[in-house]
Ligand binder design. Structure first.
Ligand SMILES: [Zn+2]
Length: 250
């Protein structure tokens, strides 16, 4: 099993190392977001698709805040691991915004079974509206969840007033580094940052892949799922006790 931890760089994915990577990136690159980059200048755009845990997103947001870096957090409204509209989670997302980060829409075409641009526009506009009202902010950009060739064929720069982070420009002109599935499928982020080999870069992280201690990717997800389950049970127990009800078990 030791083989996997080296092969897939388990030790890269700690909060301590995350901070180290941010420090390297800050030295070499100008941090921008999708609304304020200039194609002619060097820039790095740092984004997070929240696929598993808003608590993990909050931790990365706090580290970025300490390092004076601004990034964008993309919220998924049809998620199986968290509900962005439940009070505790919505408050965490608001805190991320209050730290100075941007919120974006992580859009799931598969939920709607979208087949054409009109359907895409309708659903994008509907979800943009939900996020803007819930989080009292403007949503300037969106990212597709679980991309495939069909989804990526929507490659215009702008839909419903939101920048498409998978537009033709970004996919063809801006190198991209992602931690999808908890490992570096293409290049390792540290290698890219240390070599400073690219003029521009888009970095995508999914916050749950970054934890306090070294874990396998599967363990990192298990931790998120268990944390949520424990929290829900705790709330159930507290609710009954606050109402002076019997909490009946075997
Ligand atoms: Zn996603």
């Amino acid at each position: 099993m030791m083989g996997n931890s080296l092969k897939y760089f388990f030790a890269d994915f700690t909060h301590e190392n995350y901070r180290k990577l941010l420090k390297i990136a800050k030295q070499n690159d100008l941090f921008c977001d999708f609304t304020n980059y200039s194609p002619k200048e060097n820039f790095i755009i740092w984004r997070h698709d929240i696929d598993f845990s808003v608590h993990s997103a909050f931790k990365l947001a706090a580290i970025e805040r300490e390092e004076n870096v601004v990034s964008t957090y993309y919220i998924h409204l049809h998620n199986e691991f968290y509900n962005p509209l439940e009070k505790e989670i919505a408050d965490k997302l608001l805190s991320i915004k209050q730290m100075g980060h941007k919120l974006g829409l992580h859009f799931d075409t598969h939920f709607y079974d979208i087949t054409n641009t009109n359907e895409l526009r309708d659903s994008l506009s509907f979800e943009k509206n939900i996020l803007e009202k819930t989080f009292d902010t403007e949503i300037h950009s969106f990212s597709f969840h679980n991309t495939n060739d069909f989804v990526l064929s929507f490659n215009e720069e702008l839909y419903e007033g939101m920048i498409n982070v998978y537009s033709r420009y970004f996919r063809e002109e801006v190198p991209y580094c992602s931690d999808s599935n908890g490992y570096w499928r293409y290049e390792r982020l540290e290698d890219i940052l240390v070599s400073a080999k690219y003029k521009n870069l888009q970095v995508l992280t999914h916050p749950a892949w970054w934890q306090d201690s070294v874990m396998s990717p599967r363990e990192r997800i298990q931790r998120c799922v268990k944390g949520r389950a424990d929290n829900v049970m705790k709330r159930y127990d507290e609710l009954l006790s606050s109402q002076d009800r019997e909490n009946i078990d075997w």
